[in-house]
Design a protein. Structure first.
Length: 315
């Protein structure tokens, strides 16, 4: 396949580009201007990838390259919930308006060139909002309670509307939290790792944290990239698929596991400044639909992923 990946130089995009190259697909990477050079995150494989600047907040025409496309994976977004809460206008501009602009650019290409690429829109389990303490299914209500989830829900609506109106082959991946080495400390696991390491350096036992009660469903980022590739190949247009493990862990247990791996005797200390408003108490996804459609299943345990993160971040 000839695949365009937006946000290719991001945390997930880098893994997906490598997964596509491993399957011998032809990859064009849409990267934010001013970001790291392809050689920094692809090494010798950089010569195999065409990189184009892509800025969704810029109203200039989007450049998706001159050649035909078989598929496009849309990863570029304001992906941090805290960033979206701090600047909701930018989150709506990029996550929603930027998605609409991208869909329109693809539609224009279809009219002129006759191609009909599959479009995988990466959404989030946060679109579900609060709900029962059981795995969410794709048929459950969508009731987001924060700007990030709301913008992702709106992007889903825009993409599915485009599918119904134009026939664009849109597939929605509702991804639950994913982690791995190299993730920004704006996210919970690398944030905990950094706080625990700092406490060890300073000889402190207490570590400031936010709310530790929520339960979340964590996947390894490499398993997530494999799910996206499977959906490109075997997903059905107009359908929504949860990308999830199907089991949850409390944030408190996550903290304790990381402390043990880092060999830090730590006691969490609640910090009101770190508590999020309208936190979702329980957010676990049911991956049965994805598994039936593609045969995908996670292959990396949570303990293996946490160990990999700790080893990668070792002082």
């Amino acid at each position: 396949m000839r695949v365009f990946v937006t946000g290719a130089d991001g945390f997930v995009g880098r893994r997906l580009v490598r997964a596509l190259l491993a399957e011998r697909h032809d990859v064009t990477a849409g990267c934010r201007p001013g970001g790291p050079a392809p050689q920094d995150w692809l090494g010798a494989d950089a010569k195999l990838v065409r990189c184009l600047p892509l800025e969704l907040a810029d109203r200039a025409p989007l450049d998706l390259g001159a050649g035909p496309l078989d598929a496009l994976v849309h990863l570029a977004a304001v992906s941090s919930g805290s960033d979206a809460r701090n600047d909701p206008l930018t989150a709506w501009e990029i996550n929603v308006v930027g998605t609409v602009r991208l869909l329109e650019a693809i539609t224009v290409r279809r009219r002129s060139g006759g191609e009909n690429p599959r479009v995988l829109l990466v959404s989030s389990g946060e679109v579900y909002g609060p709900g029962p303490s059981s795995p969410r299914r794709e048929t459950d209500p969508v009731e987001p309670v924060a700007p990030y989830g709301a913008t992702k829900a709106a992007a889903e609506l825009a993409a599915l509307e485009s599918w119904r109106r134009t026939g664009l082959e849109v597939i929605i991946a509702r991804s639950f939290p994913h982690i791995g080495p190299g993730q920004s400390p704006r996210f919970v696991v690398p944030d905990f790792v950094e706080r625990l390491k700092q406490a060890r350096r300073e000889g402190r036992r207490t570590v400031p944290t936010g709310n530790l009660e929520p339960v979340r469903d964590f996947l390894d980022v490499s398993d997530v990239a494999a799910a996206y590739l499977a959906l490109l190949e075997r997903g059905a247009a107009g359908q929504v698929y949860n990308v999830a493990r199907g089991s949850g862990i409390s944030v408190r247990e996550l903290f304790d596991r990381l402390a043990r791996l880092l060999e830090v005797e730590a006691v969490p200390s609640p910090d009101p400044a770190l508590v999020r408003n309208a936190d979702i108490p329980h957010l676990v996804g049911d991956p049965a639909k994805l598994e039936r459609a593609t045969g995908w299943r996670p292959t990396i345990t949570l303990d293996e992923t946490l160990r990999g993160i700790v080893d990668a971040e070792a002082d």
